[in-house]
Design a protein. Structure first.
Ligand code: PDD
Length: 306
């Protein structure tokens, strides 16, 4: 069945939804986006996502093209016409198509040019807990991105390059390092666990203020797990009991191998028949299991409309 998407006031089959080649989103990556998880028809942390969208739009000097109710109507229509179980809303606003290719955002009458507003439903496979507990292997890479990573910008070429660096090293993802400290993942936030304390870098221009990050912190605090929002030195990654990467689509992924070293407790089964130059692997930790369980409970409440 064809996907129905929203584009500039109209609902269309994805094949029929087209934009101008002069769109600044296409030419410059001049736009912002959001990804909002949907469980049982209910949007996860909707207001936080809309607030972050507003912040991203503000930062690039664009007005919010839709009121809260207008956004909700678009999401409702899309969710109605694109059935599924666990899904996510992807939305994007670009500065629109100008007549000339010109970096300047000025228009002849001084008014904002009509933006391009696009939204679609992503089908999400809920993480299989057994599969998720297998964990992921990552490398550390130099975070060469700009100093405005708190904007959820569609200019993602740097993230694509960093993810490719991880893939070329045979790893699933990368933890980004700037000035000797952890910033985030290529499309996720990073937590470490040390002596029962959950530690994550504070929000700043160096990273995206992840909604999943916020939720994990909130769940932890509600369950008397200590949380510290502070800088994490690269060296602390090697001393960590656990490392997690969080995002709306990935939820909470445990890192079991960092630059070829096991994270946390070593998996003797996985490493027993490993050749001498193979990476050693850890296992998903107890804190991860506890948090994943609490996170799934939270999702379940949302599915039931709570
Ligand atoms: N990305 N940091 C970066 C650079 C991200 O791209 C994302 C999410 C996050 C986590 O944010 P959240 O918890 O709100 O999803 C952190 C989305 C999922 C994406 O680009 O598809």
């Amino acid at each position: 069945m064809s996907n129905t998407v929203y584009l500039n006031g109209q609902y269309k089959a994805v094949e029929d939804a087209t934009i101008s080649v002069m769109d600044r989103g296409f030419l410059f990556g001049d736009g912002v986006y959001e990804v909002i998880p949907v469980f049982g028809g209910n949007l996860l942390a909707l207001d936080k996502h809309l607030k972050r969208l507003l912040n991203s739009l503000d930062r690039i000097g664009l007005q919010n093209p839709c009121s809260r109710d207008e956004w909700l109507a678009i999401f409702a229509e899309l969710l109605d016409t694109n059935s599924g179980h666990d899904r996510a809303i992807y939305l994007q606003v670009s500065r629109g198509a100008y007549v000339k290719r010109d970096l300047s955002v000025k228009t002849p009458n001084g008014e904002q040019h009509p933006p391009t507003v696009f939204a679609m439903v992503l089908q999400v496979t809920p993480p299989d807990l057994e599969l998720a507990s297998a964990g992921i292997s990552v490398i550390t890479v130099d975070d060469f991105r700009w100093n405005a990573c708190d904007i959820k910008s569609t200019s993602l070429v740097a993230n694509v390059m960093l993810k490719q660096q991880a893939a070329e090293a045979g790893m699933e993802d990368a933890i980004l390092i700037k000035d000797g400290g952890v910033t985030e993942g290529t499309a996720s936030n990073v937590f470490i666990i040390k002596d029962g304390v959950l530690i994550t870098p504070p929000t700043s221009h160096k990273l995206l203020p992840g909604i999943t990050r916020d939720l994990v912190i909130e769940i932890a605090k509600n369950n008397t797990i200590l949380v510290e929002e502070r800088d994490i030195k690269e060296a602390e990654l090697y001393e960590a009991d656990e490392i997690w990467m969080t995002s709306s689509t990935r939820e909470i992924a445990p890192v079991i191998c960092l630059n070829g070293n096991a994270v946390g407790r070593v998996d003797s089964k996985a490493n027993g028949n490993a050749s001498s130059n193979a990476s050693s692997k850890g296992v998903a930790g107890e804190m991860w299991k506890r948090m994943m369980d609490l996170y799934q409970q939270h999702k379940q409440t949302l599915r039931q409309g709570g």
